[in-house]
Design a protein. Structure first.
Length: 392
């Protein structure tokens, strides 16, 4: 992916410094550079997309219960659709849909309300019966399934390609991308128009504005700047099966909502995963077998044919989780401009394109297409968390 040469010193000054080179950071860098913002510098501690983005399952959707999330997801779907033209990259988008399988009456009621909200915002989601759900996702067993929710506009694509597209275009538009360049301190301006200083392992940068898009590492970056960003990392594991003959090419992202078990087509095989409820917080990225008994039980109940598939590969990544499982997007109070877009709790990849637009507009003092005031990090101190029912 495009980046400054290894070991290159950062520029002495920048108009904007973006911290984090995943989908959120590269989207922000692209949208700022496209809007004509000069001297945009992106800093990534490792390689571009090496954090949560490259470990994501690649799902993209607008099926949420919170109107802000619906709008961020729907706008991102539009931008993913047009990604080949702008910024210009093939991302392997497959509009195979998202299918939520519901086995509890309270979830059916919640998803019915969610579908009504989504339809009112232009999302073509609908409720289905078990038989139609199995027609769309023939690997499932419908035992215990009361209903399902489905939107044909949802799907999945390649996270690495999305980052590559944004990074390449951002650099073409004049942004500088430095990899292997961890941030060690952030000193916000003491007052007035003075710029802040971002200290890196390869030298300091004086910056008019600092934007934190550091994903699971955002709490530490926020602490450097004196900003509370309550983001906690949790390990999530993903497996990809060996080729499974007879699997439909456009198998939807299928989610057994009560267990969190999910799968979708991945080449000739199937990508699958499930959260481990006993997983402690932390940055552990090692693969573990401790989650397999729970995963196996969920597979036996909901997609028993997958038990016969061999495992081709797998990996572990990090969810960046906030107390209410909703993102933190906004600008911190105080001297020295400090914006943030983090804590997406599993929704960062799918909301990345729209979030880049939103942060661009916040920086430029323009009104974004959706009001994200309620996603400010100070909502927890004020006792007004958001609720999102449709999370995996």
């Amino acid at each position: 992916m495009p980046a400054a040469p290894p070991g290159a010193a950062p520029p002495a000054e920048a108009e904007v410094v973006v911290i984090g080179g995943g989908v959120i950071g590269t989207s922000i860098a692209f949208h700022l550079a496209e809007a004509g913002v000069r001297d945009v510098v992106l800093l990534e501690r490792d390689t571009l997309g090496s954090g949560s983005t490259s470990k994501a399952a690649g799902g993209v959707r607008a099926q949420f219960s919170d109107s802000v999330n619906v709008r961020l997801g729907a706008r991102s779907l539009e931008l993913f659709r047009d990604f080949g033209a702008r910024p210009g990259q093939e991302i392997g988008l497959r509009r195979a849909g998202y299918l939520f399988l519901l086995t509890r009456s309270q979830d059916v009621s919640a998803f019915e309300a969610g579908v009504a909200l989504q339809n009112g915002l232009g999302v073509p989601s609908r409720m289905l019966g078990p038989a139609e759900a199995r027609r769309l996702s023939p690997l499932i067993s419908t035992e215990g399934v009361l209903a399902a929710a489905y939107s044909p506009d949802d799907g999945y694509c390649s996270p690495e390609s999305v980052v590559l597209g944004y990074a390449t275009a951002a650099r073409r538009l004049g942004a500088k991308l430095l990899t292997g360049c961890p941030v060690t301190a952030v000193h916000r301006a003491a007052g007035g128009p003075a710029a802040s200083t971002v200290v890196t392992a390869r030298g300091p940068i004086t910056a008019g504005t600092v934007i934190c898009a550091a994903g699971a590492w955002s709490a530490a970056i926020g602490a450097m700047a004196g900003v509370d960003l309550p983001v906690v990392p949790y390990r999530r594991q993903v497996l990809v099966t060996a080729p499974l003959p007879g699997t439909p090419r456009d198998l939807p992202m299928t989610i057994d909502f009560s267990t969190g078990f999910y799968f979708h087509g991945e080449g000739p095989g199937v990508l699958l995963g499930m959260a481990d409820p006993d997983q402690p917080p932390g940055f552990d990225l090692s693969r573990s077998d401790a989650w397999l008994p729970g995963l196996t039980r969920a597979m036996a109940l909901r997609a028993p044919r997958l038990l016969d598939a061999g495992i081709a590969t797998g990996w572990a990544g990090l969810y960046e989780v906030t107390p209410d499982h909703n993102a933190l997007i906004g600008e911190a109070a105080g001297a020295g401009r400090f914006l943030y877009a983090t804590g997406f709790s599993g929704h960062g990849f799918l909301q990345g394109p729209a979030v880049g637009e939103v942060v661009r507009d916040l920086y430029l003092g323009r009104e974004p297409f959706v009001d994200v005031t309620a996603l400010g990090a100070d909502r927890f101190a004020h006792g007004v968390p958001r609720t999102e029912h449709n999370r995996v």
